[in-house]
Every structure is written in C-alpha cells, then in structure tokens.
Design a protein. Structure first.
Length: 388
C-alpha cells in the first residue's frame, strides 16, 4: 500500500507540470527576415511569461518579461533588426541574460578556472554570424538550434547553441539531465574547434554573461550551491548552482539560472568526458552601447535596472587544456519563479521501498517467531497417563 501511494504521488507530480499554453513565433512582424528572433508567449492561469531568444546582433540574448494574463507584446523592426518592444501596460517583472563574448585565458598555473592573474584575450560575439538550423515551434515544444561563425578570418571554430522549452516539467535527455519546466528554458552551448592563441600554451575559454533584472540597481544578484538528493541523473555530481535575481532571493518569483558544475569535452557526453565548470563573482556594469538589451530596456527606469556580469569557465588541472579535445559543451537552464528541485524517480522509489521493506519484514518475522516460541514454552501441552 505504501509503495502504491508513492507511485500515485510521483505520477501526479508530472501530470500537474503542464501548466502553460505556449505560442512560439519566428520573427514576429518580420516574417521574411533572414535574422533570427524567436518570441514565445506562455499563458498561465494567473500571468503570461514572454520569452525572447535573440540572435539578430551576434550576442545570444534571452529576455524574460512577466505581465498580466494574455497581455500582448508587439515588436517593430528596422533593417531586419528588432527596434521597439511595446506593451500596453507596465510589466510585472523582467530579467535577461546575454552571452556577449568569450574570454580566452592562458591557464599558466593549471588550476582550471579563470582569474585576473591569467593573460586573457576577448572574443566579442557582436560580429558572429548565426545560421539557423533545426527548429520546432509549436504548442508542444519550442526548440531552436543555432550555429555561430566568427567573421574574423584569424578566429575559426563554431559556437553551437540549442534552446528548448517544453510546457511541462521534464529532465533533459542529455547529461547532466537538468530539469526544465514551463517557466524555464534549457540551453546547451558548445565551443567547437576554436582557434587558440599561438602564444598561449595553456589556453582555455570562459563564457561572459551579462545579466539584467528590474531590481534596484544598488542590489546584487547572488549565487549559491546546494547538494542534490542523489547523483542518479548526473553520476558523480551532487552539487547544483543557482544564480538568483534579488527578487527571486526574497520572494521566489524573480529570475534564476541553474546549472551543475560540470561540462564535457566530447560530443557524446559521459562521465569519462566530464570536467569542471566554475563561476566567478558578480561585478557591476552597464547595458551595452548598442544591441537588443539596450533597445529592450531603454524605456525602463534606470534606478530599477540592475546590470551585472560574471564568467563561467571550464577545466580541470591535468586535463590537457582546451587543445586536448578542441571541444567543450555546457548546459544551463534559465527561468522564472522557483528553481526546480529534483525528486526521486520511480525506479529509485521502488529500490528504496524494497531496501526498507525487506529488513522490516525480516525483523517482524523474527519477532513473531520468538514470541510464538516463548508462548509455547510457557504453556507446554498437557500429557495424559493411562491412569487418567
């Protein structure tokens, strides 16, 4: 009976996960544009979450906008670039994350992570040319695969990005099997065959994030590490990192970015091809001089616009640096609301139930046997003689 109840709870938790109706559109208002901007309207029972996946100006940008239910967002274009984003009323909240550059660093001390002591070289993404690949935009899924190429001849290689939104809770197919929900998007990014500097003998690459939220600009985003229940979905990795906007830290209805501190050095992700991912502290900065972030937030109150940046770097002492495989892939989720928390799968629940149930049954059987023996010893059967 106990196992049956656990099974019901497990199934209900997934059945209740589909809580938004998504409507994804490619280049709304500019159907013939060759650039790529995906707009997703996710209607819930109490609000609407708008998402923008923007690749029109080189730097991949994800913008979240939370409004009252069914509020429309209109986009106007100039020369195949989004110019204005118009809402009929003030939004409830907004936040965004943009990858505006890669940072190559010479890891002389071979410690894996980026620091100020390492020689560094910037690779701005504003001139990266993005080619749209496989995509699926329907009420069941919004998925976009993009491949970016540097315009500079001396910089070769490919930036490969895949974004995926499902209107229900699920685990990602590939390692590290992150949880994504109707309120979050799963992002996979791969650095493929990038050209390393000739004068760097220990070259590694880091991703630079520019993060924005409609919080007080004197506040700060935070990140924390928590231990997961088990390593069933990501063998050997028990930690989960969560970056939260100030509102998310206070009330669980702001923005977040979630990832495990692991990346992979081969396309076929496995434990043997895994290495570490690190996060730096946040620093204050400002919106870029030009770009989608500037155009989107230019009408917002500057006093309530928090802009910070940080790096995610990859590597492990003794792993041969980037040139060992010329490949690094990493995944994260970005979303609104409470960051998802992993739960035990049905298989684990069954194993736990068996593991706990068998010893209990054996103990009860032993106790029953002892009690029966004692009762027999206290009340021996009466023997009758012939005289009786």
């Amino acid at each position: 009976m106990h196992l049956h109840s656990l099974l019901i709870v497990f199934l209900l938790s997934f059945a209740c996960g589909q809580d938004r109706r998504i409507t994804p559109v490619l280049n709304p208002g500019c159907e013939n544009c060759s650039t790529t901007l995906v707009y997703i309207k996710a209607d819930g029972s109490q609000d609407t979450v708008h998402q923008l996946w923007d690749f029109t100006r080189g730097a991949p940008t994800i913008i979240y906008l939370i409004t009252k239910q069914s509020t429309p967002l209109n986009i106007s274009w100039v020369d195949e670039l989004p110019d204005k984003f118009v809402l009929p009323e003030k939004p409830v909240y907004s936040f965004a994350a943009s990858i505006d550059k890669l940072q190559e660093y010479n890891d002389i001390e071979n410690n894996g992570h980026i620091d100020n002591k390492s020689p560094q070289r910037e690779l701005p993404l504003r001139h990266v040319w993005w080619r749209r690949g496989e995509h699926q935009l329907s009420g069941k899924e919004a998925m976009l695969h993009m491949r970016g190429h540097f315009e500079e001849r001396r910089q070769r290689g490919v930036l490969d990005m895949k974004l995926d939104l499902l209107p229900f809770k699920d685990y990602a197919v590939d390692l590290p099997h992150l949880i994504h929900t109707a309120n979050s998007t799963l992002v996979d990014i791969s650095l493929v065959n990038l050209t390393s500097s000739e004068d760097y003998n220990a070259s590694r690459f880091a991703i630079h994030f520019l993060m924005v939220s409609t919080d007080d600009r004197s506040d700060s985003m935070t990140y924390s590490m928590r231990k997961s229940l088990d390593d069933e979905h990501t063998p050997g990795v028990f930690e989960i990192f969560e970056i939260k906007t100030p509102k998310s830290s206070r009330s669980d209805d702001g923005g977040f970015l979630q990832f495990r501190p692991v990346c992979y050095t081969e396309p076929e992700r496995s434990v043997s091809s895994s290495t570490n991912a690190y996060i730096t502290n946040f620093t204050r900065t400002s919106l870029p001089y030009a770009g989608t972030l500037r155009d989107f937030y230019r009408t917002f109150d500057g006093n309530n616009l928090l802009v910070q940046d940080m790096y995610i770097s990859f590597g492990l002492p003794g792993d041969g640096f980037y040139r060992q495989h010329n490949y690094t892939s990493w995944s994260f989720t970005i979303g609104y609301g409470v960051p998802p928390v992993e739960s035990f799968s049905l298989f684990v629940i069954i194993i736990i139930s068996i593991g706990l149930g068998v010893p209990v049954l054996l103990a009860l059987s032993g106790i029953t046997y002892v009690l029966v023996r004692r009762c027999k010893q206290r009340n021996p059967p009466e023997r009758f003689t012939d005289d009786e």
